[in-house]
Design a binder for this molecule. Structure first.
Ligand code: 13P
Length: 256
């Protein structure tokens, strides 16, 4: 059985003081949860402080992005080794907001995935279609291309990677994909990974759903066989709702 994962993507919210407060409150509330992988993904400026606070806890640290070079004259960029040095274990790569507002292409994301993996960080690789693409029946074509091009020449069967399916139309809109809609795409992603890598690989990989996940819908999503967790934006910014989703997931899996 794959371990469920709840990851909070804070996006561009929380200065360092607010981050300290949120991290403290989360870690106190879920210190005894041992059957869920819990990740917080704060902005860069909070990482160092959060990293210190999370040492030897059951909450792991992730970053929202990183550059594909390891150092150099790249003003404003942050490298994979830098993220490691402040305690990051995960890096979100290819979030739709990066694709949309910062022009990140599948080719760029492929370079990012290579460097993240090389430095021993675990990528949370985001894929997902826009509303227009869904309405034109292109959902799978888009997601398949994002995976094939994004993961090009990453052929390691021992690879540690997490895929997050985030339909763009469900992000921050309150319009969640139904569990059936999400499950359908998750299953297709798993089948594709089986083809590209191996069945063992595809069975091991955690596939997260993201897009308006909240305490009211987390359980119905997590009941689907190919949904292994959530990448959560808005509802991860308050300790109560984030902790509630972690606990609901924990109870659900404890019963399995
Ligand atoms: P919301 O949960 O706010 O819809 O955001 C989802 C997301 O983009 C997580 O990466």
């Amino acid at each position: 059985m794959r371990t469920p994962m709840i990851a909070g993507n804070w996006k561009m919210y929380k200065d360092v003081n607010e981050a300290v407060e949120l991290v403290n409150s989360i870690k106190r509330a879920i210190f005894n949860v041992d059957n869920v992988e819990i990740i917080v993904v704060p902005p860069f400026t909070d990482l160092s402080e959060a990293g210190e606070m999370l040492i030897e806890t059951n909450v792991k640290l992730g970053a929202q992005n990183c550059f594909w070079e390891t150092e150099g004259a790249f003003t404003g960029e942050i490298s994979a080794p830098m993220l490691k040095s402040v305690g990051c274990k995960y890096v979100v790569i290819g979030h739709s907001e990066r694709r949309k507002y910062f022009g990140e292409t599948n080719e760029m994301l492929n370079k990012k995935l290579h460097v993240v993996i090389k430095y021993g960080l675990i990528p949370i690789f985001c894929v997902g279609e826009t509303l227009e693409e869904r309405e034109h029946g292109k959902t799978w074509e888009v997601v398949e291309t994002q995976i094939i091009e994004g993961m090009k020449n990453i052929l390691d069967n021992d690879l540690n990677i997490i895929i997050a399916y985030e339909p763009v139309w469900a992000i921050g809109t309150g319009k969640t994909a139904t569990p059936e809609q999400a499950q359908e795409v998750h299953k297709m992603i798993r089948d594709l990974l089986a083809k590209l890598y191996s069945v063992d690989f595809s069975e091991r990989i955690q596939i997260l759903y993201g897009g308006s996940v909240n305490p009211a819908n987390i359980e119905s999503l997590m009941k689907e066989p190919d949904i292994d967790g959530g990448l959560i934006g808005g509802a991860s910014l308050k300790s109560e709702s984030f902790v509630d989703m972690v606990k609901k997931t924990s109870w659900l899996y404890a019963k399995k």
